[in-house]
Design a protein around this ligand. Structure first.
Ligand SMILES: C[S@@+](CC[C@H](N)C(=O)[O-])C[C@H]1O[C@@H](n2cnc3c(N)ncnc32)[C@H](O)[C@@H]1O
Length: 431
């Protein structure tokens, strides 16, 4: 590092130490009060487009800055071991519902252990790691002889079961239930087997259908993908020109409901596997009774021809088919099959000349060095859990062209995902 760089590093360290000594800046701790370090959410103070464009660079610069303060071997151990362990500590606390138990006020490890039937000393050890990492806060309860008590902070609150971010479900399903997939990465790299299959002996979809509780959690976790509204894709999806929106593989319809709420003239069709649709009929009636007369729910498989609903004449004009987080679940041959089945449903309808395909998924940068690490990791997660992949723009263009769709229009959203729209190639050629 240059002399100037070192001076800046020393200056920043001094500032951090000063703030820490002031006891107001150490993540997860506080002096006397129970309000742990709760940074404002970046999305509350900066516009989404700025975060989306500048975010990756800030993340990379701050990561490389950490090598100024840590020896290289610690940095490598952080990346490969300590961060994984920290993740497991948070997943264990999430699994035992600690954030919910703290909803009505601070508690000691002993009280939490009693409520969860866990070991108080080990629970205390997990909590101190989590607090140190900035999840939950702690303070000494002076009325109880200096015993530490724990409380929620901005991050741990997200782990409450009913929090709209659905992070409790996401940590449980993507984090804990699928953790075995990641352990299999090294062997699957040689064997070619999908890591989830190697770990659990069946595909994720087979596993979920054999475990209805896990399927329910997985379906709920889908709502987490947009940060519980902060990054809501529904607010960025303009459906004012469509008459009917078919949500293909729409799970419980959390996105469809939000879109229908925003567009009072739009009709919705929710389509997913039969067992998912059966459950959605019940939950939809309970959660969105005001939308019942504008929605139909069908079960089937998008892998089968003639299964995806065809929009009838009465539902014209301008039908749209939505695939959110579907195509990244599948490798290219399967993604092509799904797209061709969607194309067949679009062509079978009387309004095919105006039918639009909307895909919501990630579009990776070709220059991966400046891509957000979360997006590249999600690409690995897709392979690890379902044998799928995220795609670059050129990969999207060739996939869509091969399936009979025209050149896509790509709109970035405030989150990690993009809205990709296109029409049937033969209809575009007629214009
Ligand atoms: C990653 S989730 C995305 C859910 C939803 N589109 C969303 O964005 O919240 C994939 C969905 O595809 C559904 N799915 C998987 N295989 C399917 C198939 N063969 N036919 C229809 N849906 C399927 C799953 O049940 C699940 O709801």
């Amino acid at each position: 590092m240059s002399r100037g760089g070192r001076l800046i590093a020393v200056g920043i360290s001094g500032l951090l130490v000063g703030l820490a000594l002031n006891q107001s800046f150490i993540p997860g701790t506080s002096s006397g009060t129970l309000n742990g370090f709760a940074p404002p959410d970046a999305f509350d103070i900066l516009p989404g487009w700025l975060l989306a464009s500048v975010g990756p660079y800030v993340v990379h610069i701050s990561r490389s800055m950490s090598t100024w303060f840590l020896p290289s071997f610690v940095r490598l151990a952080d990346l490969s071991i300590f961060n994984v362990w920290t993740g497991h500590v948070i997943l264990a606390l999430n699994h035992h519902g600690i954030a919910d138990l703290l909803a009505d006020g601070p508690k000691s490890a002993e009280e939490l252990a009693e409520a969860t039937g866990t070991d108080p000393q080990n629970l205390f050890r997990l909590l101190r790691v989590a607090v140190n990492a900035g999840v939950f806060s702690a303070s000494n309860d002076r009325t109880a002889g200096g015993r530490p008590v724990f409380a929620n902070n901005a991050l741990s609150t997200l782990m409450q079961v009913d929090h709209p971010s659905a992070m409790h479900a996401a940590l449980q399903t993507t984090g804990l239930d699928a953790a075995g997939s990641w352990v299999q990465l090294s062997t699957s790299l040689s064997s070619g087997q999908v890591p989830f299959h190697a770990a659990y002996g069946q595909s994720l979809w087979e596993h979920l259908s054999a475990h209805p509780d896990k399927e329910k959690t997985f379906t709920r976790s889908m709502a987490a993908s947009e940060g519980g509204g902060a990054l809501s894709v529904a607010s960025q999806l303009d459906c004012s020109q469509y008459g009917t929106l078919v949500d293909v593989g729409g799970a419980s319809g959390s996105l469809l409901a939000e879109v229908l709420d925003r567009h009072s003239n739009l009709h919705g069709i929710l389509f997913d596997l039969p067992q998912v649709s059966m459950r959605s009929r019940t939950t939809w009636a309970q959660e969105h009774p005001h939308l019942i007369n504008r929605t139909q729910i069908f079960g089937g498989s998008f892998l089968e021809p003639d299964s995806i609903p065809v929009i009838e004449e009465s539902e014209c004009p301008r039908p749209a088919y939505l695939l959110r987080f579907i195509l990244h679940d599948w490798d290219t041959p399967w993604a092509l099959k799904i797209l061709r089945n969607v194309r067949q449903a679009m062509q079978a309808g009387p309004c095919h000349s105006t039918a639009t395909l909307i895909i919501i998924d990630q579009v990776l940068k070709d220059d991966f060095q400046w891509e957000l690490p979360q997006k590249l990791l999600m690409d690995i997660n897709m392979w690890a859990t379902v044998g799928g992949q995220e795609r670059t723009l050129s990969e999207w263009q060739s996939l869509l062209a091969e399936a009979g769709f025209g050149m896509p229009h790509v709109q970035s959203t405030q989150g990690y995902n993009s809205i990709i729209t296109t029409r049937l190639q033969d209809q575009l050629q007629k214009r």
